[in-house]
Write a protein of this length. Structure first.
Length: 203
């Protein structure tokens, strides 16, 4: 004798409407947002560092790059690390590539019309130029090659291949030294600009 299957009752339209309204309300509250877990599981996002809250929801995610690697090994000073992040922030403004903490898609700027190139982007370009002028040509070229790929395209460059292309250096230890020296030079450049800004304000 076959057992009768229990038929599920159709959902009440009022319940469906209520659940949808609650979902829309959650989406409108930033404190309920989290990273796209499915996107983080993709092989392309294996180098994304994640931080979860007590409930297990991912609240912070950022793609790691060569500067994270050197910082975690203790071979890059905090001022040098912060200087690189500062440069990357300005590059993001310049290219109109500011993105959410959970967006891992490539970010190629396609809005080069003059009307879209606002004052914030112009000033970011000025800050980048001034800092890199003080950093030195070789260091500036290397840093821009390493930073622009991550900021604009959304993925870190192959840093060893980039160092070899930009400097001709092939020895692994020397390649790392080149990156660290460039970061140190950038930190000194930003420190000098900050001192000059402070003098102008106090003068």
């Amino acid at each position: 004798m076959s057992r009768k299957r229990k038929l599920s009752r159709p959902s009440d339209p009022m319940d469906i409407a209520r659940r949808r309204a609650e979902a829309r309300a959650r989406e409108a509250q930033p404190d309920t947002w989290g990273a796209d877990v499915q996107a983080l599981r993709l092989p392309a996002n294996a180098d994304v560092a994640r931080q979860a809250d007590l409930g297990g929801r991912i609240v912070r995610a950022r793609r790691q790059d060569v500067f994270d690697l050197f910082r975690s090994r203790g071979s890059l000073s905090q001022p040098a690390f912060e200087a690189v992040r500062r440069l990357q922030d300005q590059i993001a403004v310049l290219h109109g590539a500011h993105r959410s903490a959970f967006d891992f898609q490539p970010k190629v700027d396609r809005s080069r019309r003059p009307a879209d190139f606002g004052e914030a982007r112009r000033l970011a370009g000025v800050r980048i130029e001034r800092a890199l002028d003080l950093t030195g040509l070789s260091s500036a070229r290397l840093l821009m090659a390493l930073c622009e790929s991550e900021v604009v395209l959304g993925r870190p460059a192959d840093w060893r291949a980039t160092v070899e292309r930009e400097t001709g250096e092939r020895l692994p230890d020397a390649q790392g030294a080149r990156v660290r020296a460039a970061c140190d030079n950038l930190a000194e450049a930003f420190a000098r600009l900050d001192r000059e800004r402070g003098l102008r304000r106090s003068g």
